[in-house]
Design a protein around this ligand. Sequence first.
Ligand SMILES: NC(=O)c1ccc[n+]([C@@H]2O[C@H](COP(=O)([O-])OP(=O)(O)OC[C@H]3O[C@@H](n4cnc5c(N)ncnc54)[C@H](OP(=O)(O)O)[C@@H]3O)[C@@H](O)[C@H]2O)c1
Length: 265
Amino acid sequence: MPSYVIVGASRGLGYEWLRQLSKDSSNTVIGLVRSVDQVQARLDADSISNVRILAGDMADSASLEKAALEVSNITQSIDYLIVNGAYISPKSARLNPSEFTGRAAELREEMVDSLEVNVVGVIYSVNAFLPLVRKGTVKKITVISSGMADTDMVVQHDIPGSIVYSSIKAATNMVVAKYAVELRGEGIVVLALSPGIVNTQEGLISEEEMKVLMVLIQKFQVFYPDFKGPITAAESVAAQKNVIEGITLEQTGSFLSHKGNKEWL
Ligand SMILES: NC(=O)c1ccc[n+]([C@@H]2O[C@H](COP(=O)([O-])OP(=O)(O)OC[C@H]3O[C@@H](n4cnc5c(N)ncnc54)[C@H](OP(=O)(O)O)[C@@H]3O)[C@@H](O)[C@H]2O)c1
């Protein structure tokens, strides 16, 4: 009867984790979100009943500690902790580093907001739930990263954009490496996992976003001729789950794609 906590589970891939895990009634599935009522209403509408939703904001360590206390009353231990939530700013998503020239305050604000959730918030999340992971039998912590944080990929595939997101996610990977080294003696596996390029957009993609996406896709197709475009959240989570289940203590600290290697698409 494995137990899972998904941090940042309100929508997109986080919600898909809840949906897929809930299909096995022997799973204990707990999702942390910032908007409990909204997510509970969505679960009800989707007829998903075996998921517990708790309040948890990655930027607020006290809320995560409170959630961990509530979880300890539900399961006493956690097998899988998945830290999925992330600050993803639409404002700076496409910008190259030099495009922030003359926009110092905006750069700082974007960096700080991103750091607060994607780095500090990851540490808050892991620290809050670590005592429960220690008591689990599987002992696996996964932090959702991005192929955009792979420096070799950026250079080889010629991707100057998304400076804020990419550099902060690279820092997230270092957080994973540090936890991996700290915790391997306790048999705890820590993984940075990229979900692939996934269409998690709810509603229609705007014309402007579609143009940007097409440019990226054309760029990627040079390196990945089989790449046809974003995969679905369902495909991504199924693939991520395989990677998480297959990873061993010898691989702790790895930064892998949903394919279990360095193929990010
Ligand atoms: N989709 C892709 O192609 C792709 C590619 C590479 C990596 N990723 C990574 O995959 C993960 C999920 O991405 P996604 O596409 O599903 O993103 P998404 O649809 O934009 O969802 C982001 C999730 O993060 C949550 N979140 C943001 N700030 C939070 C906070 N302070 N506390 C708790 N939760 C917070 C959001 O909750 P609210 O509803 O409360 O805002 C939401 O559930 C992220 O780590 C992302 O960086 C995605």
